[in-house]
Design a protein around this ligand. Sequence first.
Ligand SMILES: *[C@@H]1O[C@H](CO)[C@@H](O)[C@H](O)[C@H]1NC(C)=O
Ligand SMILES: *[C@@H]1O[C@H](CO)[C@@H](O)[C@H](O)[C@H]1NC(C)=O
Ligand SMILES: *[C@@H]1O[C@H](CO)[C@@H](O)[C@H](O)[C@H]1NC(C)=O
Ligand SMILES: *[C@@H]1O[C@H](CO)[C@@H](O)[C@H](O)[C@H]1NC(C)=O
Ligand SMILES: *[C@@H]1O[C@H](CO)[C@@H](O)[C@H](O)[C@H]1NC(C)=O
Length: 484
Amino acid sequence: MRGQKGGLNSSSSSRRPSTVLYLVCAAAFFSLLVFAIQTSFFAQSDSSSSSVKLDLNTEQDIRTLSQFQSTVQQCVANRGLGLTADIVDHCNLILKYPQGTNSTWYNAQFKVFEPLQYKFNVCEALLLWEQYRNMTTVLTREYLDVRPKGWEDYAPQRIAQLGTKNCYNKTICEEHLNLILPAKPPFHPRQFRTCAVVGNSGDLLKTEFGKEIDAHDAVIRDNEAPVNEKYAKYVGLKRDFRLVVRGAARNMVAILNGSDDEVLIIKSVTHKDFNAMIKSIPNPVYLFQGIVLRRGAKGTGMKSIELALSMCDIVDMYGFTVDPGYTEWTRYFSTPRKGHNPLQGRAYYQLLECLGVIRIHSPMRSKRKQGWSDIPSREMIGRAHAAALRLKRGQDGDLGQFGSCKVSGNVDPDKIGPVSGSADMSDVRKSSNYSKWEVLPFESLRKEAQDHYNQMEGVSLYKMDGNKLDDLVCVRHSSKSAVY
Ligand SMILES: *[C@@H]1O[C@H](CO)[C@@H](O)[C@H](O)[C@H]1NC(C)=O
Ligand SMILES: *[C@@H]1O[C@H](CO)[C@@H](O)[C@H](O)[C@H]1NC(C)=O
Ligand SMILES: *[C@@H]1O[C@H](CO)[C@@H](O)[C@H](O)[C@H]1NC(C)=O
Ligand SMILES: *[C@@H]1O[C@H](CO)[C@@H](O)[C@H](O)[C@H]1NC(C)=O
Ligand SMILES: *[C@@H]1O[C@H](CO)[C@@H](O)[C@H](O)[C@H]1NC(C)=O
């Protein structure tokens, strides 16, 4: 404002002293006012015993988190292959690469090389990733039904080439989504004990993790990753889930050949080409729910981990480029190409390992003893998570397991939806093994999954919006229904 005034008014210099004086007086008066308010506030809160207790609890939470930070710091030092963690405060820390680390990735957009240090908020990371253990990460009909304007406003966002931003006519959106929309969650929190998330890094050829990967209860792969005898000793043969982007549609038929039970999960949006491809394969296909982009490490890997955490207790990560010294982005089945942010990705994955979210396997880690004792225990993570939650919401803010439900709804127990895809299927899809996942007797679930279901009172949690931790869509299933 000053600059503008000066430019417009040539006599402003002669008037400046009085303006300054006026501003100084105003500032002084304002500070006095603030001081007075603060004093009275503190006088009040000092005399109130409940807020003293509140302060003590807050101090305790900060201490809990500070201890947790030290454990994470030690874990990074032990496992980070040169990475170190500097603690900023009870929530924030900075992961640093050693001096002299080559940052070979040039960001043409911002005209910079990748930085050698990254700041992370451990409290936020804990809240986010612990939440995924309780989430449903597949789009369902019940989600669209319960979410306000789910069909009109949200469903169209998941369909490319719709030609309209809204779905004024639900029938049209339904036609696009029918193929990939189950009535209710086909997979459940805690369904598997161990899962392997297998990336496509060329690093996989430097080790022979095949048997180890296949020993997991479920294996999650990515896009066009070939699985066959040629690569068996490097990547294994077990095939359960495959996360795909729509660009991968045209190669999927050949890649899935013979693997009829492998579940495809589309990462972002479906479209005509994808739907046409689906009609020519027998595999169950679903749409990922919980799309969030740009969170520490970019891209595909994060969604695989989200999907895995929403079904598995232990997530082992293979085939990600996470060792020092990379100069190019490689894939185990094709020639190298330019990639994205390896230093940022590696730092974030290391943080996730030290937060107990994933366990990283790579060539440089394969020789050392695979002990996990320096990773915080589940108990410790639970305490740190509770502390982070209280600090975020305030001491009285523990609203229970449904505290983040922005929208809640029930599914009518008498209207249990049909198993996916039973209507108007192509001939090849008639043998789709949807029921393997969708008609699962409750008793056949792992005990941990049953316990969780009971503890959650039959409520499924879904992400509502991108990055917001607090906005969940919660759908309650009646215990009357015999299948889950
Ligand atoms: C960094 O790259 C340069 C040139 O490619 C190489 O000479 C040097 O040894 C590299 N340093 C490290 C620490 O890898
Ligand atoms: C909605 O679209 C379907 C299929 O195109 C059509 O048959 C139906 O008449 C439409 N309904 C309305 C209310 O426009
Ligand atoms: C699928 O594999 C069989 C042999 O296992 C082969 O005969 C067939 O051509 C393959 N189909 C496609 C579409 O690749
Ligand atoms: C469907 O899945 C079940 C359970 O895993 C399996 O026993 C069955 O062989 C599968 N059916 C087909 C047609 O693939
Ligand atoms: C996740 O579910 C468990 C019950 O299995 C519950 O005790 C816990 O509070 C939930 N955690 C979050 C972050 O929702």
